[in-house]
Design a protein around this ligand. Sequence first.
Ligand SMILES: O=c1[nH]cnc2c1ncn2[C@@H]1O[C@H](CO)[C@@H](O)[C@H]1O
Length: 328
Amino acid sequence: MTEPTAAPSVPKAELHVHLEAGAAPDLVRRNASRYGVDVSRLFDDEGRYLWTDFSAFIVAYDLAASVFRTPEDFAEIAETYQRQAAAAGSIYTEFFVSPDFGERSGLGYRAYLDGIVEGLRRAEAATGIVGRVIPLVERHYGPERGVEAARAAVNNLVPEVVGFGMAGEERLHAPHEFSAAFEIAAEAGLPLTCHAGEWCPWEGVQATLDAIPVKRIGHGVRAIENADLIRRIVEEGIHLEVCPVSNVTLGVYKSYADHPLPALRAAGVRHSLNTDDPPFFWTSVGHEYGVARDVFGLTEIDLAGVTRTAIEDAFCDAATKARLLALV
Ligand SMILES: O=c1[nH]cnc2c1ncn2[C@@H]1O[C@H](CO)[C@@H](O)[C@H]1O
């Protein structure tokens, strides 16, 4: 993970971090040896995560996640991530968690969630950084498992659970196939976000907005390919959870010069800056803000605006937002 020489000092906030990907290689290696799992193919000679493309990344993600098995293991991921983010000036993180993965891990979703929440509470007590959780559907497992994930989410509404979403392989299944899952979550009062417009072109974002009453889109950057869609996103106040380093590292865009962050900003699209899967993409919250400043030319005032927009469009309660906005 490369921190810029001097990360911007402005308070930071993130709305899009996949929890298991918050685990740094050292933590994964330590747990792998504790549980006797061979993770040698996960890392390169310098000990950094190794993958070739998005499909290989999803497999690598699952292998790294497989060495977390107890509530305390998950508490440690959450607490460690949050302490590092707080040290880089972050005041708020929303993590994607997977009820399906909680079951697959053998732990059960509730014990998995309780571990994560315990880690978030410990980090908040130590540093003040606030952490919240968005359970999600893993799209590549299909709509039926999506409904199960939604049921698990609404049956375990601890205070830290603030929304519901979908991630995973965007090239499989259409958004409307997941309507039933999103309806269960919406009926329980959970605001919605869905990954789209990362691996599929702008039509994927439009189909998502047509099928699911989302307030935010995970990534959504390829909406830039259609001016009418961008107008709709601005008019409806849809927030894009933008992850520039992830996009360039995974190859959604060849270089930062091709990335639409400046065009999205110029169009007035509400957005935040996010790490997505930080150690997999050799990034951190400080690095994202550093790239926004050094590559895209955002000023400290612009960056404070990004943080304010993130908190305004966060899924936490109004009192928490007011308290956090007062810090920016
Ligand atoms: O950048 C991404 N795009 C789409 N799906 C992702 C990305 N990063 C992680 N996941 C997926 O999210 C789930 C865990 O939260 C896993 O299914 C993982 O593959």
